[in-house]
Design a protein. Structure first.
Length: 278
């Protein structure tokens, strides 16, 4: 089955870019326009990508933290209601919420409520992404979980905390992070970016610069995973991952945010797309 090609939608994203200097960068506006322009099935894939932020927000709300990421699918009020009685969350996430609300209930049989809520929630999220029909979403979620696990493992090792508690999920890489004492966890051959991540975490004293280096790794991976996608949902998901990075840097550092936005817009240049297809 051939993927839907969104030629007009991609062109409209380029037009948005041309007006951004005067309108200002608005990630929510971009996301909403994409949700309106794609099929129902592809809209579900977009929402699954942004389910990550719903997980972050759920964990924050449940622990009483005030932090809230506006890029999530659901508002603060909606998520507060979901914690009481999940109706709108994907079933995999709703099952975790119900299990922690009633540790003696039926749902708890398939959820390890002895683990931290946040850890179980993200394991469920990544498992849902693994089952997606989007090739990009499967590959991106696997990369994202691995990158976050590596950064968590390095931080735990530096602080003398349990790496097992920090790492989310199972698999060869997660197991290696938990048991290896090597500087690179014995993963240099499997993860070509691991040395750059470890160097950024251990050698970079400037926290902003550290985050910039990690986001550059994310940016490059998102672009590479969609190298041969031009107008389908995988191309749009890759674009949205980079929109999220721009949104973050627009809040953290206006100058770097503008630089990343310029790079993002260059990736939508129609002439470049045509040349790449030849």
């Amino acid at each position: 089955m051939f993927a839907t090609q969104y030629y007009t939608l991609v062109a409209s994203l380029r037009e948005y870019a041309l007006d951004a200097d005067t309108k200002g960068f608005d990630a929510r506006e971009i996301i909403d326009s994409i949700l309106e322009g794609v099929s129902a099935a592809d809209a579900r894939r977009v929402r699954l990508l942004y389910g990550y932020y719903d997980c972050e927000n759920l964990a924050a709300l449940r622990s009483g933290r005030t932090a809230f990421n506006e890029l999530g699918n659901l508002s603060r009020e909606e998520l507060e209601e979901e914690l009481r009685s999940p109706q709108r969350l994907p079933e995999a996430l709703a099952r975790v919420v119900r299990a922690y609300a009633d540790p003696e209930g039926e749902e708890a049989e398939s959820v390890d409520t002895a683990q931290r809520f946040e850890k179980e929630l993200f394991e469920a999220y990544y498992a849902a992404c693994e089952g997606s029909r989007s090739r990009f979403l499967r590959a991106w979620s696997a990369f994202d979980r691995t990158l976050r696990n590596v950064t968590a493992a390095v931080a735990a090792r530096t602080a003398g905390r349990s790496i097992d508690e920090a790492v989310v999920g199972q698999g060869d890489v997660a197991d290696q992070l938990r048991r290896s004492s090597a500087a690179d966890f014995g993963l240099r051959g499997e993860l070509p970016w691991i040395d750059a991540v470890i160097a950024a975490l251990n050698d970079e004293a400037n926290l902003v610069e550290k985050e910039r280096k990690l986001d550059l790794i994310r940016w490059l991976e998102a672009a590479e995973l969609a190298t041969f996608d031009y107008f389908d949902i995988d191309a749009i998901l890759s674009y949205l991952v980079r929109v999220n990075i721009v949104a973050r840097w627009t809040r953290l550092d206006a100058r770097r945010g503008r630089e990343m936005f310029t790079r993002l817009m260059a990736s939508l240049d129609g002439r470049q797309l045509i040349e790449n297809k030849q």
